[in-house]
Design a protein around this ligand. Structure first.
Ligand code: ZN
Ligand code: ZN
Ligand code: ZN
Ligand code: ZN
Length: 186
């Protein structure tokens, strides 16, 4: 989406109207919002927006055909950010929950093959938690932090994977299930 045309929150309401008028079978649940932060938008001319639609069928329709917004033709892709932020507490990988894990257990503290709760320090004998002797290792990037560390670069990578590359212009999603990313027609 062109950022300048829709810079205020009033503009985002107008945008919602436009989307509904020019795509008569789409119904938005609430105003759309920018996918990236205001800071991140400053150097760009185009950025993605997110909006929620009424049901999965509408999301599917939006994915299949072009949308007309602000005199632009846009295409939709599905938007998945919620699940990429899930981290398994058993194997420490991203994208699935502990309940559904079929991988071997991996320690969140040292990345060895044991459950985090069985992690043991051989110096102070403390079990299941990090101590000052812990040699931290991340199972996702091999750096010396815990696997759930927010400084891990894997989180950023996951986040950018959920949005389609530079061409991506508009995104829409339902906060629950019907998530779609819309990108500019090439
Ligand atoms: Zn797992
Ligand atoms: Zn361990
Ligand atoms: Zn210790
Ligand atoms: Zn890491």
């Amino acid at each position: 989406m062109p950022i300048l045309s829709f810079s205020s929150s009033d503009d985002l309401s107008i945008l919602r109207n436009e989307i509904e008028i020019f795509n008569s079978d789409l119904k938005l649940l609430r105003d759309s919002n920018w996918l990236s932060s205001e800071e991140n938008r400053q150097e760009k001319k185009h950025a993605s927006i997110v909006f929620a639609v009424d049901n999965a069928e509408q999301a599917q329709k939006a994915i299949k055909k072009k949308l007309y917004i602000a005199e632009l033709q846009l295409v939709a892709e599905s938007y998945k950010s919620a699940e990429t932020k899930t981290q398994c507490q058993k194997c420490q990988k991203l994208g699935h929950s502990t309940k559904h894990c079929i991988n071997q257990e991996c320690c969140q503290i040292c990345a060895e093959k044991h459950y985090t709760k069985h992690h043991k320090c051989h110096i102070c004998q403390i079990v299941g938690i990090e101590c000052s002797h812990s040699k931290l290792k991340c199972r996702n990037c091999d750096e010396n932090h815990k696997s759930n560390s927010q400084i891990c670069s894997i989180w950023e990578k996951q986040a950018s994977l959920s949005v389609s590359p530079a061409k991506s212009d508009v995104a829409m999603k339902n906060s629950a299930d019907f998530a779609v990313v819309i990108s500019h027609v090439r």
